[in-house]
Design a protein around this ligand. Structure first.
Ligand code: DGY
Length: 330
C-alpha cells in the first residue's frame, strides 16, 4: 500500500498487477492507491468495504463490477480501469448511468492471444497432449501407420466467429500453414478487416458447415451467450476442430460435451470455460479430444506488463479528465 498526499485522488487496485502498471502509478504522483497485494481475488465483502469513497478503481476480469459494488463505492467514483480487453464482468448500463468512465486494454494483447490460439489449435488438432502422455506412460509401441493421426491446416478452411483484431492476427499466423480459405461471420460484414486476410463473409450455418477449424473470437454479450450450441455443432463436420479463446459463456458446454463424445466434431481446444476454474471433475476433462487451458491466452510477461501499463495510463488520464488511451464508449 502506498500513501501520498491525502488530497490526491484515492484509487483501489483489486489485485497484484504486473510491475509496469505499478511503476506508472507510483511515478505519476497523481494518485494515492491501495492494492490488494495478492494473486488471489479480493473477497467480495472486503472489496465492498475497500472501495468506499474511492475516485478510481483498477480491476481485473474476475471482479464483478455491478450496481452493488458501484453503490458501495459511492458518488466519488469517476473512473474504472479494467486490465482486460473483455468487459463482460462490467455492468455497462450501471456505469453509464453514474457517468463513470471506463478504460480497458485492447490491442496490447492481440499478438499474445493470437499466438496462444495457434498453439492451442495445433496442440488439439495434432493431439499433442495425448501424444506426450502415451510417450511417458508406455503407450509408445512400434511406429504405427494410423496411430495418433490428426488433422492438418494445409488445404483447410478456417472459420472465424467474430472478426476483430484478434481474429485477423490469428489468420495472419495461420496463413503460412497453407490454409486454403478463411471465412468468417459477425453481426455484419467487416470488409476492412476481412480484406487484410482475404476472408469471405458467410452465414453462421455456412461457417459451421465449411470450417475445418473454427476459432471463436467474439465478445461475450447477451447476443453471443451459448451461441456455440447443439445446432452449431450438429452442422459441423465430424473432422472439425473447435477452438475457443474468447469467453466460456459463448459455449453451451453440455452440447459441446455431447458433440465431442459422440464424434459429431473431432476435437476442441478451450482456453476459457464456465466456470473458471473448471472443476477438475467436470466431464469435459474426461475427454481425450478436449484440450483445456486455464485462461492463459494473454499470459506472456511482455503482454501482461503492457496491459497493466495501459490500465494505469487509462486510469490516470480518466482521473485528470483527459482522453484515455483506450476508453470504452458507453
Ligand atoms: C482479457 O483481457 O479479456 C483476456 O481474456 C485475458 O487477458
Amino acid at each position: 500500500m502506498q500513501r501520498a498526499k491525502s488530497t490526491l485522488p484515492r484509487v483501489y487496485v483489486t489485485r497484484r498487477v504486473p510491475p509496469e502498471g505499478l511503476r506508472i502509478l507510483n511515478e505519476s504522483g497523481q494518485v494515492q492507491y491501495e492494492l490488494w497485494d495478492s494473486d488471489d481475488p479480493v473477497p467480495r465483502q472486503e472489496l465492498l468495504k475497500r472501495v468506499r469513497g474511492v475516485d478510481g478503481l483498477v480491476c481485473v476480469l474476475t471482479e464483478k463490477i455491478d450496481a452493488e459494488l458501484l453503490d458501495a463505492a459511492g458518488p466519488n467514483l469517476r473512473v474504472l480501469s479494467t486490465m482486460s480487453v473483455g468487459y463482460d464482468h462490467l455492468s455497462l448500463d450501471e456505469l453509464k448511468k453514474r457517468g463513470i468512465r471506463v478504460g480497458y486494454t485492447p490491442d496490447v494483447l492481440t499478438d499474445a492471444v493470437a499466438e496462444l490460439t495457434v498453439a492451442l489449435l495445433l496442440t488439439t488438432s495434432r493431439r499433442l497432449i495425448e501424444a506426450t502422455h502415451e510417450a511417458k506412460t508406455g503407450g509408445w509401441g512400434t511406429w504405427r501407420t494410423m496411430w495418433l493421426c490428426g488433422y492438418e491446416l494445409a488445404n483447410s478452411t478456417v472459420g472465424i466467429l467474430g472478426l476483430g483484431r484478434i481474429g485477423v492476427a490469428i489468420a495472419e499466423r495461420l496463413k503460412p500453414f497453407k490454409v486454403k480459405k478463411f471465412i468468417y461471420t459477425d453481426v455484419a460484414p467487416r470488409p476492412e478487416l476481412a480484406s487484410m486476410i482475404q476472408a469471405e463473409y458467410v452465414s453462421m450455418e455456412e461457417l459451421a458447415k465449411q470450417s475445418d477449424f473454427l476459432a471463436i473470437c467474439c465478445a461475450f454479450t447477451p447476443e453471443t451467450k451459448e451461441i456455440c450450441n447443439k445446432k452449431l455443432f450438429s452442422q459441423m463436420k465430424n473432422t472439425s476442430v473447435f477452438i475457443n479463446t474468447s469467453r466460456g459463456g459463448v459455449v453451451n458446454q453440455e452440447d459441446l460435451y455431447e458433440a465431442l463424445s459422440s464424434g459429431q466434431i473431432a476435437a476442441a481446444g478451450l482456453d476459457v470455460t464456465t466456470p473458471e476454474p473448471l472443476p477438475t471433475d467436470h466431464p469435459l476433462f474426461t475427454l481425450k479430444n478436449c484440450v483445456i487451458l486455464p485462461h492463459v491466452a494473454s499470459a506472456s510477461y511482455s503482454t501482461r506488463n503492457a496491459m497493466s501499463a495501459l490500465a494505469a495510463n487509462n486510469l490516470l488520464a480518466g482521473l485528470s479528465g483527459e482522453p484515455m488511451p483506450k476508453e470504452l464508449k458507453l
